[in-house]
Design a protein around this ligand. Structure first.
Ligand code: TXA
Ligand code: MG
Length: 345
């Protein structure tokens, strides 16, 4: 299959291109598209066969459910049984935007989309291209991140092309995404909201809207005997080809530990920040962003992991980013990429 990449200008969306993309979705095909978080791989969410194609294209286990993307709030009540009060408040505060909520699903959502679960994940993205595509595609677009399963999520159309060339007919290219990390997932099927995946909308931001929100114990448990509730969070993810280790501790010690390793070992890659980059004297040093601007770190994380795959490195050492807010989401992704390998110095 030939994969076409079409540039779309967000300020002047080409109706002809969107109509063509919508037609592909309506006839059961796949279209990759930008959202404000990461690029998604879309299919008609209410079409079992179309959802199945997503799993095949990604090489994704079929028990890992998809997020259904909608373009207006009226669409929600057509696919979920009940909208709890907390969900109304959260949707008012954060939709359209990088928040996914989980509800009990109605019959019309096929098991193929939800991985056999009785619940469904729903998100209204804010990206204008995504919204236009959802409207053209029938209103319900199932979309995981548009990477091959296990690879870092794509933040540019080029990343999608690397993973999906020859596998899907169309990639809508809206340039680099705004955020760079996937949406925050909140489960609303229990007695209080639970965060299943940290993201741009932090626990602190959620608590300003609904007081009682907790983190999924499977995410914070040091002993991994408690499995995370979102099926996708249990898989190794975002893994670069080289082994990745996260170095934690006081910054001076972190720098001297990484410098020593880079001098001793061949093929060392280093993930550092603007504040620290001048202190590294060996290895292949890549700057991920500024600690003063955490958004820049979130924005470059996946791209940097992909860049290292093109380099001759066998081991990557990364500084650590533990902090509240966005730092929590950054560390969640880094730890998964590292298969939870941490060094304390
Ligand atoms: O930002 C995002 O959320 C991106 C863009 C494209 O919207 N999408 C995305 O989808 O990250 P994906 O498939 O890569 O991740 C979806 C996560 C998985 O961990 C999956 O297990 C979880 O959501 N999930 C989906 N439906 C669920 C459900 N009913 N119950 C629990 N977890 C669910
Ligand atoms: Mg994903």
């Amino acid at each position: 299959m030939q994969t076409e990449v079409v540039r779309v200008d967000r300020t002047k969306i080409d109706a002809y291109v969107m109509e063509k993309a919508g037609k592909i979705l309506k006839s059961g095909g796949l279209v990759a598209f930008p959202t404000e978080t990461v690029y998604g791989l879309g299919a008609d969410a209410l079409d079992w066969e179309a959802a199945k194609k997503i799993y095949a294209a990604k090489g994704r286990p079929s028990d890992n459910p998809l997020i259904v993307h909608i373009a207006d709030i009226e669409a929600l009540s057509k696919i979920v049984k009940e909208i709890p009060e907390a969900a109304r408040k959260l949707s008012k505060a954060f939709w359209p935007g990088p928040l996914t909520m989980i509800f009990e699903k109605k019959e019309c959502v096929p098991d193929g989309t939800t991985g056999g679960l009785s619940s469904v994940a729903v998100r209204m993205p804010s990206d204008e291209i995504a919204l236009a595509l959802i409207r053209q595609g029938g209103g319900y677009v199932a979309a995981p991140s548009a990477n091959r399963s296990g690879r870092p999520s794509p933040t540019t159309a080029q990343h999608v092309y690397e993973d999906m060339e020859g596998v899907i007919p169309l990639i809508l290219d809206g340039g680099a995404v705004e955020i760079g990390l996937e949406s925050t997932i909140v489960d609303l099927t229990g007695s209080y909201p639970v965060v299943l995946r940290p993201g741009f909308i932090s626990l602190e931001m959620l608590r300003e809207v609904v007081q009682e929100v907790e983190m999924d114990k499977g995410l914070i448990a040091e002993d991994s005997s408690i499995p995370p509730k979102a099926p996708g969070m249990k898989y190794r993810h975002y893994a670069p080809k080289a082994e990745l280790k996260i170095v934690e501790g006081e910054m001076e010690r972190v720098i001297s530990y990484i410098n020593k390793k880079a001098m001793e070992e061949p093929g060392v890659g280093i993930i550092c920040t603007e504040e620290t980059s001048k202190h590294y004297h060996a290895g292949l040093v890549k700057c991920i962003g500024s600690r003063r601007e955490e958004r820049s770190i979130a924005n470059h994380l996946f791209a940097i992991l992909r860049e290292f795959d093109k380099e001759q490195v066998t081991r990557i050492y990364s500084e650590s980013f533990e902090s509240p807010g966005l730092g929590q989401a950054i560390m969640n992704r880094l730890l998964k990429a590292a298969g939870h390998q941490k060094v304390q110095v």
